[in-house]
Design a protein around this ligand. Sequence first.
Ligand SMILES: Cc1cc2nc3c(=O)[nH]c(=O)nc-3n(C[C@H](O)[C@H](O)[C@H](O)COP(=O)(O)OP(=O)(O)OC[C@H]3O[C@@H](n4cnc5c(N)ncnc54)[C@H](O)[C@@H]3O)c2cc1C
Ligand SMILES: NC(=O)c1ccc[n+]([C@@H]2O[C@H](COP(=O)([O-])OP(=O)(O)OC[C@H]3O[C@@H](n4cnc5c(N)ncnc54)[C@H](O)[C@@H]3O)[C@@H](O)[C@H]2O)c1
Length: 449
Amino acid sequence: MKKIDVKNIVVGFGKGGKTLAKFLSGKGESVVIIEQSTLMYGGTCINIGCIPSKFLIVNGEKGLKFTEAAEKKAILTGNLNLKNYHMIADEATAEVIDGKAKFVSDHEIEVMDSEGEVIAQLIGERIFINTGATPVLPPIPGLVDSRNVVTSTELMDLKQLPEHLTIIGSGYIGLEFASMFASYGSKVTVLDIFDNFLPRDDEDISKLVRSDLESRGIIFKLGVKIDAITDNSVEIINKEGKKVSILSDKILVATGRKPNTAGLGLENTNIQLGQRGEIVVNDKLETTVQNVWALGDVHGGLQFTYTSLDDFRIVSNNLYGDGKRSLSDRKNVPTSVFITPALSKVGLNEKAAKAAGIDYRLFKLAATAIPKSAVLNQSKGLLKALVDPETDKILGITIYAEESYETINLISLAIEVGLPYTLLRDKIYTHPTMTEALNDLFAAKNEVK
Ligand SMILES: Cc1cc2nc3c(=O)[nH]c(=O)nc-3n(C[C@H](O)[C@H](O)[C@H](O)COP(=O)(O)OP(=O)(O)OC[C@H]3O[C@@H](n4cnc5c(N)ncnc54)[C@H](O)[C@@H]3O)c2cc1C
Ligand SMILES: NC(=O)c1ccc[n+]([C@@H]2O[C@H](COP(=O)([O-])OP(=O)(O)OC[C@H]3O[C@@H](n4cnc5c(N)ncnc54)[C@H](O)[C@@H]3O)[C@@H](O)[C@H]2O)c1
């Protein structure tokens, strides 16, 4: 068994952790990164999250057969996994240890192999926890016993397209996978305990998204109680109190992801957990134990690859920069749900502005007015922007339109630096692009009075 005394231990090969491991080894410091699964070098995003799901979404839209797309996806993730492994393992002062990490005290960690055998004992001057999140499995009778219940990870690895896919949860994963599998030809039903579809979006946007998804054959049953799951059906009680059985050859559970701290041995430390099992951190991502930090999904809050990457910026800035970067700087984080077309947002929408009592001017444009929509043969969608009546600064935007996942980053920057909307309205953009919609969106004729 190895005994290692090292300056830096990174627990989990996630986005924030691997970027930090590379950064620290680049400074010539000793770093050990511990990863429990060889299939997960590089973390959730590249192996079982963003990249494979977006690859399948894009290829479904292009009309590829599911089995062919799934095979190509496996090659892509395999290559990325290997590249990520070498990115750290090839560094002179870094080492990758395969196994599950468990704290035995504040700065001591044991690593176990798949049989639970301890294969290494480590003492780290600094420890960075980056263990991500795992799917929440609601206590629905039959859920754990059904042979056909899957998480997003297993669903993406199927060899055959399910004929009837039922999805429990209408959040990010639920909607992206509904859109994806509808493209491949599955009959998709989406269930949610809440009746309120896309509860944080403006009503005109959420109604439009729902009717567009329904027009592609996706069935929504919202505000339902899921009574039981069998091998081939989901039994629900609908809003009218009637029992309904939904034929399903696969059932995707997409009811949220919780911080992954199970088995990490935090009970052997002074690292505090919050009410939802998240590692409690301060504004600089320090845990309640000195020289132990937490990055990414495991500390609660937003669950995105790009926020985990930003956690790396906070930690590295505090270790080696001016120490000024913190979680409170994280404002106007853009988001995109990769349905077809994509739903992207940054800053305030009408709902949030009204709730906060913030005055706004509203601009609205149907995506059909954008020339590039015709080029892409996708004219569905709606753009809404809120502007401060006093300063002309943009308060927020919702873009439900093709390629909004690109355009949103420009608006996020405009909000960050406080540009007036007139600058975006009058800027020269290349043509034909979805971004040039900003010329039109902010035109006087599109202000809603
Ligand atoms: C299907 C899906 C699609 C998604 N799509 C997007 C998207 O389009 N855009 C986006 O920004 N986000 C997306 N996300 C969310 C995003 O993937 C996560 O927020 C992000 O990957 C979290 O990264 P992380 O740094 O917290 O850790 P992770 O990347 O989750 O890495 C944690 C690592 O720690 C390892 N680990 C856990 N416990 C231990 C232990 N005890 N010992 C050793 N190793 C351990 C795990 O095996 C894992 O490799 C998606 C997620 C899913 C599931
Ligand atoms: N494009 C992206 O950036 C992207 C894509 C996928 C995932 N993600 C990240 O992954 C996280 C997890 O995604 P998710 O979709 O699992 O969670 P989510 O929180 O986005 O949605 C969960 C949904 O499940 C519903 N739900 C909860 N319990 C239920 C129950 N018992 N029965 C029926 N419905 C129930 C909720 O009402 C909600 O609509 C997201 O929050 C997001 O941060 C991001």
